[in-house]
Design a protein around this ligand. Structure first.
Ligand code: E4P
Length: 217
């Protein structure tokens, strides 16, 4: 399983990319709004940092296929690595089909069932984004959705890749990897937590103490 970072915060994207752990970025309207910056500017800056797929979502207020297609074409023009993120609705599927026919990559988002994922794949989505954490929030095991999608895509020989989204903690990351997600898109705080273990810190402190006892500074 590969990692994307799930944020529009440029400093965090740079830190994760410099560590060599991410190969793409996902954003959504809430994450863009949180930064309080113009969409095209922040996306162009992200594209200058990360050489990999960058998901930019159509406006949250655009609900018709024609509007999503027009915006999707503009998003695709920002950079060669752009992926157009489209909400999983009937209109979104129409937009996905059209953009895919033009060679534009798409990420169907807000996926909560395996059936939605299969429909998105059939409409030509490059990626589907099942939301693990938001399912867990309503007492539905999000990881089961991801394993079902992975099993169905394998059986049906579907090329669409699964991006596990709404990842909230390190256990979610392990669960997605075991469930067969191709990618997990993870907030910086979770990636940072994943680097740490108390025994790693204790080991470093002991090596330092033992070394210094013999060799000094
Ligand atoms: C990414 O594609 C999603 O928009 C994001 O992971 C949603 O995460 P949340 O449920 O924590 O807001």
């Amino acid at each position: 399983m590969r990692f994307f970072i799930d944020t529009a915060k440029v400093e965090d994207i740079k830190k994760a990319y410099d560590m060599g752990i991410i190969c793409g970025v996902t954003t959504n309207p809430s994450l863009i709004a949180k930064e309080g910056r113009v969409f095209e500017e922040v996306i162009a800056e992200i594209a200058s940092i990360v050489d990999g797929p960058i998901s930019g979502e159509v406006k949250a207020t655009t609900e018709d296929a024609e509007g999503m297609i027009a915006e999707g074409r503009e998003i695709a023009k920002i950079h060669k690595n752009m992926v157009v993120k489209i909400p999983m609705t009937a209109e979104g599927l129409k937009a996905c089909k059209q953009l895919a026919s033009e060679g534009i990559k798409t990420n169907m988002t807000l996926i909560f069932t395996a059936n939605q994922a299969l429909l998105a794949a059939r409409a030509g989505a490059t990626y589907v984004s099942p939301f693990l954490g938001r399912l867990d929030d309503i007492s539905v095991r999000g990881v089961d959705c991801i394993s079902e999608i992975a099993a169905i895509f394998k059986a049906a020989k579907v090329d669409t890749q699964i991006i596990a989204a709404s990842v909230r903690n390190p256990i979610h990351v392990t669960d997605c990897a075991l469930a067969g997600a191709d990618i997990a898109t993870v907030p910086f705080s979770v990636l940072d937590t994943m680097t740490k273990h108390p025994l790693t810190d204790a080991g470093i402190a002991k090596f330092k103490k033992d070394y210094m006892a013999v060799f000094g500074e």
